[in-house]
Design a protein around this ligand. Structure first.
Ligand SMILES: Nc1ncnc2c1ncn2[C@@H]1O[C@H](COP(=O)(O)OP(=O)(O)OP(=O)(O)O)[C@@H](O)[C@H]1O
Length: 228
C-alpha cells in the first residue's frame, strides 16, 4: 500500500528524517516507535505532503505522492489522525464528521459500529468530550474520507488506560475488516505490541530497529532503545 524509500524531511533547512525506508502491506498495522523528538510526527507529516522540504519516494499503490498537495493525498486514500487530535472544538460531533466527508456523502455507518458512543453524541460539541472520546472522533473523522491508509499519530496521548486498551484491540480489527493499512506512531509499547504486526524504531530520524516478535528479548531491546 505504501512504499517509502530514502525519505528525507525537515524544517527550515534542518534535516530531521534521514533516508527512512519502509513498506506497508495491505491490512497491516505497522508501529513506529521512538523517543521524544525522534522524528515520528515528522514522518507522518512528510507522507501527508505537509513538509515542503521532503525528498525521496513515497508510493501509494504505485502512485508517487511526493510533491502532491495534502488535499490530493487525502483524496487518493491516505488519512491522518494527528497528534493532539485537532478536532473542531466548537462544532458538534456530527459537524466534525461531515466536515471530513467528500461532498455529497454522509459519514459511513461503519464508524458507529466501531465507535457506538459517537452515535449518541452527535449533537455534543467536540470540545466538551473527554480525551478518549475526542480520540475516537478523530479516528472516525479520518475514516469519513474512506481511506486505504490511516496514519495514527500517538492516539494514546492524553487518553485513559482503558481506552488505550480498547484502541489496541480496535485498530487491528478495523484494519483487517475494512482492509485498511495503518501506520501507528506511538511511545506506548504495549499499544504497539498489541495492535501492530511489525514495528520500527526511529532514533534521530533514522530507523535503528525492526521487530515483529512479542517475546521477552524483543521487549527488553525495545525498552533499551526507548529508555523506558
Ligand atoms: N515545525 C517545526 N519547526 C522546526 N523544528 C521542528 C518542527 N516540528 C518538529 N521539529 C523538530 O523536529 C524534531 C522531530 O520532531 P517530531 O515532532 O517529529 O518528533 P516526535 O518523534 O514525533 O516526538 P514526540 O514523541 O515528542 O511527539 C524535533 O527536534 C523537533 O524539535
Amino acid at each position: 500500500m505504501l512504499d517509502v524509500r530514502e525519505l528525507c524531511a525537515g524544517y527550515g533547512g534542518a534535516q530531521i528524517l534521514d533516508r527512512v525506508h519502509f513498506h506497508l502491506a495491505k491490512g497491516e498495522v505497522l508501529g513506529i516507535l521512538g523517543r521524544n523528538g525522534a522524528g515520528k510526527s515528522t514522518l507522518v507529516k512528510a507522507v501527508m505532503g505537509m513538509l515542503p522540504e521532503t525528498r525521496g519516494s513515497i508510493e501509494f499503490r504505485g502512485q508517487q505522492l511526493l510533491g502532491l498537495p495534502t488535499y490530493r493525498i487525502g483524496r487518493i486514500g491516505v488519512s491522518l489522525v494527528p497528534q493532539g487530535r485537532w478536532i473542531f472544538p466548537k462544532l458538534s460531533v456530527q459537524q466534525n464528521l461531515e466536515a471530513a466527508c467528500p461532498v455529497g456523502q454522509d459519514p459511513p455507518d461503519v464508524i458507529f459500529t466501531y465507535f457506538p458512543v459517537l452515535r449518541h453524541r452527535l449533537r455534543q460539541m467536540g470540545g466538551t468530550m473527554s480525551g478518549g472520546e475526542q480520540q475516537m472522533l478523530a479516528i472516525a473523522r479520518a475514516m469519513c474520507a474512506r481511506p486505504k491508509v490511516l496514519l495514527l499519530d500517538e492516539p494514546s496521548d492524553g487518553v485513559q488506560p482503558n481506552i488505550v486498551q480498547m484502541l489496541g484491540e480496535l485498530i487491528p480489527s478495523l484494519c483487517k475488516e475494512l482492509e485498511i493499512s495503518a501506520v501507528l506512531v506511538e511511545q506506548n509499547l504495549d499499544l504497539v505490541m498489541n495492535a501492530a504486526q511489525r514495528w520500527l524504531v526511529l532514533e534521530r530520524g533514522r530507523i535503528v530497529h525492526e521487530g515483529r516478535q512479542t517475546g521477552a528479548d524483543e521487549l527488553h531491546a525495545l525498552e533499551g532503545l526507548l529508555g523506558v
